[in-house]
Design a protein around this ligand. Sequence first.
Ligand code: HMG
Ligand code: MG
Length: 299
Amino acid sequence: MAFPKRVRLVEVGPRDGLQNEPNPIHTATKLELIDRLGAAGIRYIEAASFVSPKWVPQMADHREVMTGLMRRQGVTYAALTPNLKGLEAALECGVEEVAVFGAASEAFSQKNINCSVAESLERFAPVLERAREANVRVRGYVSCVLGCPYEGEIAPAKVAEVSKALYEMGCYEVSLGDTIGVGTPLAAKRMIEAVSRDIPMERLAAHFHDTYGQALANLYAVLEEGIGVVDSSVAGLGGCPYAKGASGNVASEDVVYLLNGLGIETGIDLDKLAETGTWITQTIGRPNRSKVGVALAAK
Ligand code: HMG
Ligand code: MG
């Protein structure tokens, strides 16, 4: 299969990137980050997470973030909503799109959202129903698609089964998360092949963390399979609080550089994006994990 002509980037930095930061980050900093990402040409930003503040304290200001952000035309500002309580709060804040998040691993599901995979799907059904009523689209995440911190290897068939359930429930897109960044290109290809037997390729997204340094290689492999939506995080920020040792998402700057080189359009201004990566890492005192960002800053 040929590479897609255009790839849509889903910027998860303000959510996945920041959720694991131990020190409180000012709401104003989050808002500036979201605005700078929009100014760099990102058209889809996961801005907040309507989860329990006891579980993820860094996302406790979800209402302030969602109502405080300056909406740019053509940009979708989305949020995670694990249950009806989260969805109702997000709707009150004028959210345009939401995401539910499940897993291909039972143990991870328990640790992350305190229920089994089957229970999580039961919980998501009314979320999708209510979102449909409110005219809000729902994205579905599946975590641990290339390995689990508790269970180890995960069968592609299990990933396909959970993805299919989310898709059939009404998720317009299913984002496949290598939560702990253990995947390698052949495994990524096999997983995508299994999932795309039930779901059209254009309804799938790749959400790869870079813990073992394989994320770009894995992306290249699944782009070849026809994946056209990529989740990434500016400066490679992030990690999941319920996946110990997991590092950030693949860096948005690195993905844009790769796609530029392949002649694949993104509509993103790489210099502005890299400046945003430099700014946010300096502001929160973190190393910049984008090689492209570091290289451009050194010029
Ligand atoms: P629970 O304890 O089973 O839920 O948590 P509960 O319904 O029994 O409620 C317990 C308490 O939480 C109650 O408060 C509720 O009101 C409150 P209390 O009476 O104790 O004061 N609560 C909420 N508060 C705010 N917003 C809500 C909400 N729901 C309940 N929506 C729950 C279940 C799902 C809430 C919890 O497990 C949770 O918040 N988990 C979040 C975990 C999380 O955010 N993980 C990171 C995101 S996933 C990820 O990073 C992976 C991804 O990037 C893809 C990948 O990389 O693979 C997406
Ligand atoms: Mg993630």
